[in-house]
Design a binder for this molecule. Sequence first.
Ligand SMILES: Cc1ncc(COP(=O)(O)O)c(C=O)c1O
Length: 385
Amino acid sequence: MKHPDLIQPSTWTKIKNLADAKETPFIVIDLDTIKQKYLELAAGFEYAHIYYAVKANPADEVISLLAELGSKFDIASTYELDKVLRHNVAADRCSYGNTIKKRNDIRYFYEKGVRLFATDSEADLRNIAENAPGSRVYIRILTEGAEGADWPLSRKFGCSPEMAVELAVLANDLGLEPYGISFHVGSQQREIDVWDGAIAKVKTVYDRLYNDHGIALKMINLGGGFPAQYNQKTNDFQTYVEEITRYLTEDFPDDIPEIIMEPGRSLVGDSGVMVSEVVLISRKSSSSLERWIYTDVGKFNGLIETLDESIKYRIYTERDGEEEDVILAGPTCDSMDIMYENHKYQMPLSLDIGDRLYWLSTGAYTSSYCSVEFNGFPPLKSYFV
Ligand SMILES: Cc1ncc(COP(=O)(O)O)c(C=O)c1O
């Protein structure tokens, strides 16, 4: 059987057998791929605690698998917390990683037993002190280098290193434990040396807190940012491991602090194949050199990360032969529902209405991002193999 590059033939057969029996659109998640990715990450960064960023794919099957493998969980809301706890995960394996939270939600996490909280502002820190007394806090700093990330997470989160020092001192005064520093270099970060700059900033915060205030932090949270396999090339995983480990040992030569990481995309992205059908093919004039291909998936049912054409998925079709530029668009009556127009995808001229398109590495930030019933379309179904 013909199969896409970068997917093992046996994995493809498994996915195809399931997919062939279902009506589009849907996603197939290969749990073995997630398992392999987790084990690879745990072996590569053997000194780190892995907190899976649940937001990447909150399916019960995914949480259950990762819980069994020993993962911890980076949690964004009370809803995610409830979901993870239902899998018999102890609260001390969870952190509240969202810097934007209601007082009641902080209290809820505390009452459930969570004692590790992210923060990046004075108001949030005071709320934590009041509603989760005595807890450990880590302070998220801003990082540079968002350009190398296909899905940047800059500006909205984090504070300057100077403010991180002030917040750690305040945390101490408020009876919290200033535990560490976190950052996120941007999701699908293709430039590894951005971690170098971020770790160097962490080091200055560590030194200032220790030298000027006698506060010894214990932990660094490296965030997420590790890549899945999309159209644009990235370094291989081993290079990430070697480089990031080198930055840590250079900046903390005597003793590397406890290391936490919060992978989302890199753990689950490559496990997913979104299966769609070509609804319509048209040209806007008889002499037009490009075809419009409309599919039954779009920005509102799984492909929101094609906003600004940020994430460029690999798309596989069983058709072959001469290819031509296409514009790829979704099924709704919204003209913003166009996935790729500037970045030129090419597809075979033989592609026809009713043919299937397979969107590879769509295991992260797809199913959970679907609208509920925009234009009446239901959220995407997920199947698991
Ligand atoms: C706090 C936090 N940690 C981790 C992640 C996961 O990042 P990634 O999917 O790039 O691994 C995110 C993503 O939004 C995040 O907000």
